[in-house]
Design a protein around this ligand. Structure first.
Ligand code: ADP
Ligand code: ZN
Ligand code: ZN
Length: 707
């Protein structure tokens, strides 16, 4: 007798009809079992989703059979399938796309025999436990937070100042969970793995006693073989701790009992292509799902069996609002480790650039302050969120600018290799000898980037000596300086070891690093974000500046003398007033008031429909047509969803593709969800019409980061 199975295979992104396919199998297979099945002329990887109970209408002749069962790998758990199902539904993608993308690519490619060999090799690891490492004594704050977290039955937000010791809290919380239950697993997520080598080594150090291979990392820079190995270790339960980037939230972790989301406010938790999921939001959902599965007894006050801990010094306004509404538990660590009483962190100084001659790059007072630090052997960090030498190259005779031929953006002038580079599509050319339009040889850079800042600082500080008499060393860290393998690590090491006096960099340098000798941080030109059309720009700017500020004075002895300088044309802006007071809560209150008045997240819920086409008209025409179709069809939830007119995206043309978008807003998340799900088939129908042949693709972004 045959068994009829619903099997999920890789399917195109939005075929809303692309649910599981039905296959026959001689033996019963458990849900979650990995199999190989024929699809067209190929044989592909699939996941058994369920056994079909309505098999009466199927006949053996019409249904293909499962080709092979990967029985060396345990079935994926109900929890994992529940998570994938939710993610696919919520972010409006097909189940097959999300499920298969969450599995390591090599699982799709390796034959059964190769796979069996891998599995055998993986099983050989894990020598016996080593002695437990000595643990630092907890601060009173850390102690209190850990006690409260141990009883938490809600998602928990650890609101801890930079340097307050959040990492130690994560490590202890993890340790407690791992020791309480032999099969327990912990997932620790970070925004970018490269920027957190310290966390990686601390995790390895702390949990080495569990045995080799018990801490694995999962991120997109692994080779396919490494990724498969790490994934298998997590799936088999051999790895007890998984450290990873956003993709790790979809890993198979059958023993998951704790999820830590470090720097939970970071935008890189939101996937920006394919299924545009928020790893932070999925972490919350996943912990709840696991807890339900493990049998939380509501109202008993017992801790949730799977807990989630978000950490940040500048939480996302979504998480902050959830705490205000008591949906999340908030635990505070306001003080830095080892800080003196009343020490509230570096002093913030606002430099009014309106008082400086036009075009001043660095105000003399700031230069003076930097020079003083160099002279006494302390380090400075200068932050400018723009790489390259200058954002535009221009001809003042005829008005030519270094426009990208393929995008609606200027190409950035890179002086070091004398190139013009588009930071959006990558289109690169050598700098022309003269203006391409009029031949004028005096084409000049406009504005400034990190390269120019580095050059300028080196010139201004050239005569200065360090305490040992050697010349000043200025260095730069940004996406350009760190392209080579290991480049970032060695540049960071230069800073840690005190070889660098002044470090110029983009936001890469502001995140997370525990530099010990910085007493001055400066933000050179943050004003762009104050009046951006992107409603999250102020939130991001505030977080960046607080983060940058947190790099200064990390040694208690220097804390009092440490400063953060901000060069701005708007010293009276309320955002800077909050920054001066190190007052995230005040900033959040102001910002949430604006958001509430405007019905923006977290008060309203948004989705974007994006369309790409060869012409802007074609892109917008599609959006108009599907909006019209939605109204005609009277879609469920439609009464509570506002559709805004189609508009060009802020980067309208990218690599010769025209882009347009339409905003959808609703005060009700369920209404928006209902509407989107019902809209999907209409989108596909309209897309198929001859009138929309010019359309290249469309995609829905639920809870978009920027609008
Ligand atoms: P955060 O992540 O909150 O910015 P860190 O976890 O980087 O802070 O901690 C700041 C510094 O304090 C680190 O150098 C860390 O090793 C140290 N630290 C943390 N907890 C303790 C403790 N209980 N005792 C001594 N030092 C600690
Ligand atoms: Zn010209
Ligand atoms: Zn371009």
């Amino acid at each position: 007798m045959s068994h009829w199975l619903d099997i999920v295979v890789a399917t195109p992104a939005h075929s809303s009809v692309a649910g599981p396919l039905t296959y026959a199998s001689e033996s019963p297979l458990a849900p979650g079992q990995l199999v190989r099945v024929p699809l067209g002329r190929r044989e592909v990887l699939g996941v058994v989703w369920a056994e079909r109970c309505d098999a009466g209408s199927l006949s053996a002749g019409q249904t293909k059979s499962v080709a092979a069962v990967l029985d060396g790998i345990d079935p994926l758990s109900d929890g994992w399938r529940g998570l994938i199902g939710f993610a696919a539904g919520y972010y409006q993608r097909s189940l097959g796309e999300v499920a298969l993308a969450a599995l390591p690519p090599q699982l799709r490619e390796l034959g059964a025999l190769q796979l069996a060999r891998r599995l055998k090799r993986a099983a050989q690891a894990a020598p016996g436990p080593a002695p437990r490492p000595a643990l630092p004594e907890l601060s009173a704050q850390q102690q209190a937070v850990l006690e409260a977290f141990a009883k938490a039955h809600q998602p928990t937000l650890l609101f801890g100042a930079t340097g307050s010791g959040k990492t130690e809290v994560y490590l202890r919380a993890a340790q407690e969970v791992l020791e309480a239950e032999p099969g327990a697993q912990v997932l620790v997520m970070v925004p970018e793995i490269n920027l957190t080598p310290q966390l990686q080594s601390r995790l390895h150090e702390r949990f080495a006693h569990l045995g080799e291979g018990q801490v694995v990392t999962l991120h997109s820079n692994l080779t396919p073989a490494q990724r498969l190995k790490a994934w298998l270790a997590a799936h088999s339960g051999q790895a007890r701790v998984v450290l990873g980037t956003r993709m790790a939230v979809l890993a198979s972790l059958p023993g998951l009992r704790l999820i830590v989301v470090d720097e939970e406010h970071d935008p890189s938790y939101k996937q920006q292509e394919g299924a545009r999921y928020s790893a932070r939001d999925l972490a919350i959902y996943r912990a709840r799902l696991e807890s339900q599965r493990l049998g939380t007894v509501q109202g008993t006050g017992a801790a949730a069996p799977c807990r989630v801990l978000l950490g940040s010094a500048t939480p996302s306004l979504e998480s902050w609002q959830a705490c205000l509404k008591d949906r999340y538990l908030r635990l505070d660590m306001p003080d830095r480790i080892g800080a003196a009483q009343g020490d509230s962190g570096p002093q913030v100084r606002l430099l009014d650039m309106g008082q400086q001659p036009r075009g001043t790059l660095l105000a003399p007072a700031l230069m003076q302050a930097i020079a003083e630090r160099v002279a006494c052997g302390e380090q400075s960090l200068i932050f400018l969120n723009r790489r390259g030498y200058a954002p535009v190259l221009a001809c003042h005779d005829c008005g030519w600018k270094s426009q990208c031929a393929h995008c609606s953006a200027y190409r950035v002038f890179h002086k070091l290799d004398r190139s013009l580079r588009c930071h959006h599509c990558g289109y690169t050319d050598p700098v022309p000898r003269g203006c391409p339009d009029c031949g004028n040889v005096d084409i000049a850079p406009v504005g400034r980037g990190t390269e120019k800042l580095e050059e300028h600082l080196s010139e201004l500080l050239a005569d200065l000596r360090r305490p040992d008499g050697s010349p000043v060393r200025v260095a730069r860290i940004d996406a350009d300086s760190t392209r080579g393998k290991g480049a970032l690590q060695s540049q960071l090491a230069q800073m840690h070891e005190g070889h660098t006096d002044v470090l110029v960099g983009t936001q890469m340098v502001t995140k997370g690093h525990d530099f010990r000798n910085i007493t001055l941080v400066a933000a050179v030109n943050p004003d762009g974000s104050l009046f951006s059309s992107d409603f999250r720009a102020p939130e991001r700017l505030f977080a960046l500046l607080m983060q940058a500020c947190g790099r200064a004075g990390r040694q208690a002895s220097q804390s009092g003398r440490s400063q953060m300088w901000v060069q701005t044309l708007h010293p009276g802006h309320p955002l800077f007033a909050s920054l001066k007071r190190h007052d995230y809560a005040g900033f959040a209150q102001d910002e949430l008031r604006h958001r509430q008045a405007a019905g923006l997240p977290p008060f309203g819920h948004a989705a974007l429909l994006r369309a790409e086409a060869r012409t802007q008209e074609a892109a917008q025409e599609f959006l108009r047509a599907v909006a019209e179709a939605a109204v005609q069809a009277g879609l469920p939830g439609g009464q509570r969803v506002v559709l805004y007119p189609a508009v060009p995206m802020s980067l309208q043309r990218l690599a010769n593709v025209e882009r347009a978008q339409m905003l959808l807003e609703s005060a009700s998340r369920p209404a928006l969800q209902q509407f989107l799900a019902a809209w999907q088939p209409l989108l596909a129908q309209v897309r198929a019409q001859a009138a929309h042949r010019g359309l290249i693709r469309w995609a829905i972004d639920v809870d978009p980061l920027s609008i």
